[in-house]
Design a protein around this ligand. Structure first.
Ligand code: HEC
Length: 107
């Protein structure tokens, strides 16, 4: 009976370590990255720089070259801009906000 105790304590330590590792991993991945990959990457590129063909065809610049504010960009994504179709109804405001925030971290 008393022998069960150390095992129990050890597994708690292991569990704590696993939880710590998980929360660190979640922190490393920017929120919005998944939303961006699924909805924006096809035009804007994985790194925020569109492929040469896409840049020419769609008239898209690399992420860092947009000097618009987060709010202006949110509105552009929500309501559409030039050849970018509106995401209103497709994504929630929170998802758009997240994806724009992620886009703004790309250089
Ligand atoms: C069909 C291709 C396409 C997709 C998909 C797309 N975009 Fe765009 N995006 C464009 C085009 C075209 C523009 C306008 C070009 C410009 O303003 O230079 C643009 C412009 C932008 C701008 C600049 C707007 C501004 O007001 O300065 C941001 C920010 C942006 N997109 C973010 C996103 C995000 C976030 C997503 C995903 C939710 C997304 N885009 C999906 C094509 C696309």
């Amino acid at each position: 009976m008393t022998k069960a105790l150390p095992t129990c304590t050890a597994s708690k330590v292991v569990l704590a370590a696993v939880m710590l590792a998980c929360s660190t991993a979640a922190f490393a991945e920017a929120p919005g990255e998944a939303t961006y990959s699924a909805n924006c990457k096809s035009c804007h590129g994985a790194t925020g720089t569109p492929s040469a063909g896409m840049a020419k065809m769609m008239n898209i610049k690399p992420a860092a070259e947009y000097k618009t504010t987060a709010e202006e960009q949110f509105n552009s994504v929500k309501n559409g801009k030039e050849k970018m179709k509106p995401f209103a109804g497709k994504l929630t405001d929170a998802q758009i906000k997240e994806a724009v925030a992620y886009f703004r971290t790309l250089k």
